[in-house]
Design a protein around this ligand. Structure first.
Ligand code: C2O
Ligand code: CU
Ligand code: CU
Length: 497
């Protein structure tokens, strides 16, 4: 494919049974008909009154200690037990560093269970990547040390202990990781109080805390909660000035996909995603964001009368399977409270994104990610396991699934054409460009241009990406970022050598 057609395609089509007692019974029936009694349903979001002040995790540089611990936090008015990287808070600090900085993070595990840290979106040496084998046991510590040598962008960090990632993340272990560089600085984008990092997560809340005990249906659809939090705050609001803001959005939810929009139907201007700035801005009315994905957007509040309240919301969307996209709900409130003056004008061009030529590709691999129906005949006596697979395989740490030659370009195809659930597919250690989506929605979104590390593959879709593997050799995982699917085994390994 030539450069021009790539740009056209990747670019700016700017449209825009529960408890364990019944498991055995279900599993015996599921060998005959897996679907029997297993039709997943949406978990309806219940909005609050948007009266809680949005807060932001404290900011940290490149040298510090994260202490994974059981602590308490105030959620929806109750002080409950959660997991934290610091006391009395959900979520870890927002790490903010410059390209070229040396990172030195000590993880002290004060939990009574294993954990570790994966730096999602950072190109770090394999031994620093938080592979599920690189576990830090309770009472132990590990020092993560690496140089960050990649362009500006919003990455994040979270635990990756196989089988327990979903629980540790939803209980509070995650944080944002922002890299700045000179290319980005030259754009003079809104910064400081005008740049808002927003980590969106849904949780099931009871008076005793964050519930996490996934049922079979929750493993099928992924864990979703009725309560939507931003930066660990339920139903929040923030006061803003009548000017342009930069929102750095992370979908840190285990499974929920959001179709972000503004309640006044204003444009959202996308300037970046997982791997940093896009080539050029794109204005849209709504943006789909799956678990693990990030967005860098500008919102213009300057045409708004003081006193106006605008909500960031999630709109209904198509093709989400049985459990997703069925509801409009509000996520947070912006209250335009202050006049402001800013000279910021949106640049026409943001960044230089090289196009990887298709002719350089040495190998193509296809991954069948349609779930479920393949399990007929497989003994399902393995507890909650044995459902979500990639190419028919479940995660096994002793098996290398794909061997990739360093410094080569490959095409990987994720085929969900027979599937009925969304799968946000993620690779460690690399960024890729999305070449095309066929079937299903059949197009690429403006937010899917540039560099990505996670791509949403909705039911019925086939998505093709091109990946430049560099010389960061070692063993890495790739997986579905629906954390229940991942913990259920929807993860394989590639060896770069
Ligand atoms: Cu955020 Cu292995 O992923
Ligand atoms: Cu990752
Ligand atoms: Cu999945």
């Amino acid at each position: 494919m030539k450069r021009r057609s790539f740009i056209k395609m990747s670019g700016l089509s700017a449209s825009g049974i529960l408890a364990s007692g019944s498991i055995t019974a279900l599993f015996s029936s599921c060998q005959k008909d897996y679907r029997l009694g297993l039709v997943t349903k949406p978990v309806i979001v219940v909005e609050g009154d948007f009266s809680n002040l949005l807060t932001f995790p404290n900011q940290s540089g490149a040298n510090f200690t994260l202490t994974a611990q059981t602590t308490s936090a105030n959620l929806k008015g109750n002080s409950v037990s959660v997991l934290g990287y610091q006391s009395n808070k959900l979520l870890g600090p927002t790490i903010r560093i410059n390209k070229g900085d040396a990172v030195n993070i000590l993880l002290q595990n004060n939990l009574s269970e294993p954990t570790n840290i994966h730096f999602h979106g950072l190109k770090v040496p394999a031994i620093m990547d938080g592979h599920p084998d690189q576990i830090v046991n309770g009472g132990s510590s590990f020092r993560y040390q690496f140089i960050v040598n990649q362009r500006a962008g919003l990455s994040w960090y979270h635990p990756h202990p196989h089988g327990n990632t979903g629980k540790e993340v939803v209980q509070g272990l995650a944080g944002a990781f922002i890299i700045n560089d000179s290319e980005e600085a030259a754009l003079n984008l809104p910064s400081d109080q005008y740049e808002l990092p927003l980590i969106i997560q849904d949780k099931l809340i009871s008076s005793s805390g964050i519930q996490y005990n996934p049922s079979i249906k929750e493993i099928m659809a992924g864990y979703m909660g009725e309560s939507v939090f931003v930066n660990g705050v339920f139903s929040p609001f923030t006061e803003v000035s009548a000017r342009i803001y930069r929102l750095r959005i992370l979908n840190g939810s285990n499974a929920r996909v959001y179709n972000l929009a503004l309640s006044n139907n204003d444009d959202i201007t996308i300037i970046g995603n997982d791997g940093g700035l896009l080539k050029m801005p794109a204005s849209v009315k709504e943006i789909l964001i799956g678990p693990g994905e990030r967005l860098d957007v500008l919102i213009n509040f300057s045409n708004t009368v003081i006193g106006t309240e605008i909500y960031l919301m999630s709109k209904e969307f198509l093709n989400g399977g049985n459990a997703q996209g069925k509801q409009n709900f509000k996520i947070m409130k912006f209250k335009v409270s202050m006049q402001s003056f800013s000279t910021f004008t949106l640049p026409v061009s943001l960044s230089d994104i090289p196009t990887i030529s298709i002719s350089s590709v040495v190998k193509s691999r296809t991954f069948e990610i349609s779930n479920a129906m393949e399990h007929h005949g497989v003994p399902m006596n393995n507890g909650m396991q044995m459902r979500h697979r990639i190419n028919g395989k479940l995660y096994l740490n002793t098996r290398i699934d794909e061997t990739v030659a360093k410094n080569t370009n490959e095409i990987w195809v994720f085929d969900n054409s027979k599937g009925d659930e969304p799968h946000p597919m993620h690779l460690h250690g690399v960024f890729f460009q999305i070449l095309e989506r066929t079937k299903g929605r059949g197009n690429l979104l403006a937010s899917e241009s540039g560099w990505k590390d996670t791509v949403l593959v909705l039911p019925g879709e086939v998505v093709k990406v091109i990946i430049p593997f560099e010389n960061n050799t070692g063993k890495f995982v790739f997986h579905c970022h629906n954390l229940e699917h991942e913990d259920d085994g929807m993860m394989l390994q590639y060896q770069l050598s």
